[in-house]
Design a protein around this ligand. Structure first.
Ligand SMILES: Nc1nc2c(ncn2[C@@H]2O[C@H](COP(=O)(O)OP(=O)(O)OP(=O)(O)O)[C@@H](O)[C@H]2O)c(=O)[nH]1
Ligand SMILES: [Mg+2]
Length: 247
């Protein structure tokens, strides 16, 4: 028993020291429902949590990749959690997300982790709050980025967890945008129109703007930002808007 609590103490100490392998183990324990978070000393949140959500393929991972660049240039450390909405059998999204953020994998100030949403209906990983608590505990990561596919309920969940919510859309997603409309307007702090290199981008932005205008008077201002994630365009603007919201 005494040995057990000593082991635990050592584990938390290594976790706190910023050891990334220990962080990875800790997250896996939480994912597998091992209730070790309970004894974690409660503390003020250290990390700011930023959620990126949107339909499949709109460019969330590419945008996050460019955003990580900008964050690193401003001297901040970043942990990224990519949530695969589908079954554990689909490794595809994991690989895609990893590939798009590949250039940051060797940077010790960037931690990228894929999580499975398993059978959890919300679209987020079931124990996401505890995983964020673990990352907070290390006091090593200034920013935690969450990537989730907008799947109805996940927008609502991300809203509870993230300090800033970015809904990513892109031209040519008209139908999906209609379906997402209610969710978008409810949770978005910022709307990013990605793939702004496509000709219909300004039309999409206009459409979003008129959707926002349908809200009741006094609704909060939601910036619409045009980005070309694959060419690093609009990223400064995005970073500044996020910072303005957080600080
Ligand atoms: N033309 C253009 N293509 C882009 C842009 N950003 C991303 N893409 C491309 O869009 C495709 C999807 O990008 P991802 O970043 O994987 O999109 P995602 O939203 O993370 O996709 P999932 O994780 O599968 O939901 C890739 O082929 C990107 O290269 C952009 O600004 N312009
Ligand atoms: Mg992705």
């Amino acid at each position: 028993m005494e040995q057990h609590s000593k082991d635990k103490e050592r584990f938390f100490k290594t976790l706190k020291s910023g050891n990334v392998r220990t962080l990875a183990r800790a997250i896996t324990l939480v994912e597998n429902d091992v209730s070790f978070v309970e004894p974690l000393p409660k503390q003020e949140n250290y990390s700011q949590v930023i959620g990126f959500t949107g339909a499949p393929g709109v460019g969330k991972s590419t945008l996050i990749n460019s955003y990580i660049d900008a964050l690193r240039k401003s001297g901040r450390t970043v942990a990224v959690l990519c949530v695969d909405p589908s079954s554990p059998a689909s490794g595809g999204a994991f690989l895609g997300d990893r590939l798009r953020m590949n250039e940051h994998i060797a940077d010790p100030a960037v931690y990228i982790r894929s999580l499975s949403a398993r059978s959890h209906l919300g679209g987020l990983c079931k124990n996401i709050s505890q995983i964020i608590q673990v990352i907070n505990y290390t006091e090593k990561w200034d920013i935690i980025i969450l990537e989730t596919v907008g799947a109805g309920q996940s927008e609502v969940e991300i809203a509870k967890i993230a300090d800033c919510k970015i809904v990513v859309v892109c031209p040519g997603y008209g139908d999906e945008m209609q379906a997402m409309k209610a969710g978008i307007l409810e949770i978005a702090d910022i709307l990013a129109v990605n793939k702004a290199d496509m000709p219909e981008a300004s039309h999409t932005a206009k459409e979003l703007k008129s959707m926002l205008q349908l809200r009741p008077a006094g609704a909060r201002n939601v910036p619409i930002i045009l980005t070309v994630a694959s060419q690093n365009q609009g990223i400064e603007n995005l970073l500044n808007s996020i910072d303005a919201l957080l600080n």
